[in-house]
Design a protein around this ligand. Structure first.
Ligand code: MRU
Length: 363
């Protein structure tokens, strides 16, 4: 189900996007989310009461961005709990496990999805009484959504100390309010820096082939009155070599204990270019984005369909039958990273030690 309003109406909203809209929320036993495939042309909300529709929304990028899909997965399980006709705990857990598997299989790279699903499954195992289990699942998922915004705001405060007056900050993909429940990770740091009174400018890359940079980052920053310029991905080296960028900040889909960062395809190129030009390269991500068990080779990089590369907006831009390689994410090694900003503080190299310390401080 969808209901929309044009972005011209949206432009008339006086409040900021992150404080006036929720990317995903629980309303009257349903999940309501912004359909991000329609932005920036239309602001359309979709409402789901079936967990399979939530799984499909994650798969088709109606909702995207690591923290946003983590919370959407949790809400998906809350719907599955409501849909279940189980009379016993055992049968309810069976229904939930089926839904968990369907939601988990939608996208393989961002670890937040597994984090959100596992958190709900743990809660489901605690009680005995079926109505009680259903209620605590819903309350936990709602709490996760609220905590996402709080976490981003704390992360923003920590990160803003690393940025100075008159910085021009490059960002890649969308790690904003639209990639989270609200406020954003990398864009949350940018928002907090501006809110602290510093004058900053942002350079956003287009982020081919899905255009999260031009469709989403440029859209949400422009709407919130943050000075943003859009560049083609191919201009990263040019703007850095001309001294037009002072710092880079991106989000992450998965960070390993060694500080290897998995993020949107192209991040590795941006980080390499930043190193070449001595520009600090920061990553902002909540602790729920860390996967301290896996090694680089264990992480599955999502491969997406060829048509995303062979055409733009339904128009062919490549010859029929061409071979295509279309990975959605890449890995940036720790030696290219200046710091990793989290809600527990900023990890600096050597990352294996500093990441361990951040987690210890939370125990
Ligand atoms: O394919 P997407 O749009 O889900 O990819 C999103 C990214 O790569 C983001 O940079 C990442 O999830 C961090 S979002 C706070």
């Amino acid at each position: 189900m969808g209901y929309g309003r044009s972005t011209s109406k949206l432009a008339k909203l006086t409040t900021k996007i992150y404080s006036s809209l929720r990317t995903v929320e629980w309303k009257n036993n349903a999940v309501v989310m912004i359909d991000q495939t329609k932005l920036p042309n239309k602001l359309v909300f979709v409402k789901f009461t079936d967990y399979q529709d939530v799984a499909n929304a994650i798969r088709t990028l109606v909702v995207r961005g690591a923290p946003a899909i983590g919370v959407s997965g949790a809400f998906g399980l809350a719907l599955a709990a409501l849909q279940s006709k189980a009379k016993t705990k055992e049968k309810l857990l069976e229904d939930l496990e089926k839904a968990r598997k369907a939601l988990f299989e939608t996208r393989p790279t961002a670890v937040n999805l597994a984090w959100g699903l596992n958190k709900i499954m743990d809660v489901a195992k605690k009680d005995r009484d079926v109505p009680k289990i259903k209620e605590s699942i819903i309350q936990t998922a709602k709490k996760m959504a609220e905590e996402d915004i709080e976490t981003n705001m704390i992360m923003g405060k920590h990160g803003s100390k690393l940025f100075e007056n008159n910085d021009t900050i490059m960002t890649h993909c969308n790690a904003g309010a639209l990639a989270t429940v609200g406020y954003g990770t990398a864009l949350g740091v940018i928002r907090a820096t501006k809110e602290s009174g510093k004058k900053i400018k942002v350079i956003a890359t287009e982020t081919r082939p899905i255009m999260q940079g031009s469709r989403l980052t440029a859209f949400e920053l422009k709407h919130d009155g943050i000075d943003v310029s859009l560049i083609p991905d191919t201009a990263v080296g040019y703007v850095m070599s001309k001294g037009l960028v002072t710092k880079v900040i991106v989000g992450a889909d998965r960070i390993l204990r060694t500080g290897h960062v998995f993020n949107k395809i192209g991040t590795y190129q941006v980080a390499t270019m930043a190193k070449q030009h001595n520009i600090p390269f920061y990553v902002a991500a909540p602790l729920s984005t860390f996967d301290r068990k896996s090694n680089p080779d264990d992480v599955i990089i999502e491969q997406r369909k060829a048509s995303e590369v062979t055409g733009i907006a339904g128009k062919k831009t490549a010859p029929d039958g061409i071979n295509v390689i279309n990975p959605a994410f890449d890995m940036t090694p720790p030696e290219l990273i200046t710091g990793i900003i989290t809600e527990a503080g900023v990890a600096k190299p050597p990352f294996e030690e500093s990441i361990k310390k951040l987690f210890k401080s939370r125990m």
